[in-house]
Design a protein around this ligand. Structure first.
Ligand SMILES: NC(=O)c1ccc[n+]([C@@H]2O[C@H](COP(=O)([O-])OP(=O)(O)OC[C@H]3O[C@@H](n4cnc5c(N)ncnc54)[C@H](OP(=O)(O)O)[C@@H]3O)[C@@H](O)[C@H]2O)c1
Length: 294
């Protein structure tokens, strides 16, 4: 079995977590809406992750909605003492599965209480405020009012630590003036490198950077360079994509998502994969290839 501690640890809020974690979004139904096709399989993925040493799980009550948190609770409650569950608020789902901003203080308060109830906890370890100025990527806009509301919920003892998601450097600077920010969760992977400078700035500040879509998300990464690199070391392309992220910066924490135990085990094994400097240089070229293809 993989020793995921080989990928190292990082202090996220209160707990030291393994840098190799798990993202639970894939456990809801198609389109992250409704129940999964196979609930027992979803429960098995979570239990296998924790059994393998995963102690950082990313979720949200708007996956399903509610479905992912209910599955997390069923699979793992009472939670292991060292498990850090990170959730996110700021959106709500329409009856048509749409993703809508839910940024008012009343909606954010409701979202924190929904997460507490559905996860079955008295306090949430880490809550990311997910900005919705742009749905598919960060866009400017003040986060002062919603973050002040979240900081008030923290003051009330309902939230231990605060993070931000889908945000710009300017919003991060604004946020750090309002509350202590322990993690940033943005879209980043081998082919999506907009946050390159930000990753390094956050590393210097001791803040975790948690890339969402580490494998490319709804359209998993495809690249001949990635396939060649993987074949040469007897690994899979997804493992190489994750190993590249681990080597990219020590503050990067991984939350690859999967609904399958086989893919989970494959992804966790990337914790033991070490890429040579030459391999890293070749992989760095992928972002330029994908820019050229646009
Ligand atoms: N803050 C935000 O706005 C935001 C947005 C999106 C996601 N997230 C978080 O980030 C986490 C990760 O993102 P994600 O799950 O959307 O994308 P991802 O980790 O980049 O990729 C998941 C996709 O890759 C497939 N996959 C996983 N492992 C594989 C493997 N070894 N071989 C082949 N295919 C594999 C999965 O399908 P299978 O199920 O078939 O394995 C799924 O389709 C989510 O779980 C969620 O917690 C946050």
């Amino acid at each position: 079995m993989t020793d995921i501690s080989k990928a190292g640890t990082f202090t996220l809020g209160t707990h030291k977590v393994n840098r190799m974690g798990y993202g639970a979004m894939q456990l809801a139904g198609p389109g992250v809406f409704g129940p999964p096709k196979d609930r027992n399989a979803a429960l098995a993925v979570l239990r296998a992750a924790v059994a393998a040493g995963v102690n950082h799980i990313d979720t949200s009550d708007f996956y399903g909605p509610h479905v992912t948190n209910e599955i997390l609770r069923e699979a793992l409650h009472p939670y292991p003492a060292d498990l850090t569950i990170v959730t996110k608020i700021g959106a709500r789902r329409g009856a048509d599965a749409s993703w809508n901003p839910a940024f008012s203080p009343a909606e954010l308060t409701q979202a924190v209480h929904d997460n507490l109830r559905n996860l079955g906890v008295d306090v949430l370890d880490v809550v990311n405020l997910r900005a919705m100025f742009g749905i598919h990527g960060p866009a400017e806009g003040s986060i002062e009012a919603p973050l002040t509301a979240l900081a008030e919920l923290q003051r009330q003892g309902l939230v231990r630590h605060i993070g931000l998601s889908n945000v710009t450097p300017r919003q991060i600077a604004q946020g750090r003036g309002i509350a202590e920010i322990v993690c940033i969760q943005n879209h980043y992977n081998l082919a999506q490198r907009d946050d390159d400078a930000l990753v390094d700035e956050l590393a210097a500040a001791g803040i975790a950077y948690v890339p969402y879509f580490p494998l490319g998300g709804f359209s998993p990464l495809q690249s001949a360079t990635l396939n060649d690199g993987a074949a040469r070391r007897g690994a899979t392309p997804m493992q190489v994509a994750l190993a590249w992220l681990l080597q990219r910066s020590p503050n990067i924490l991984l939350i690859p998502g999967t609904s399958s135990v086989a893919h989970l085990r494959e992804n966790l094994a990337a914790a033991e994969l070490v890429l040579s400097p030459d391999a890293l240089t070749a992989l760095d070229g992928i972002a330029k290839e994908s820019v050229n293809h646009h």
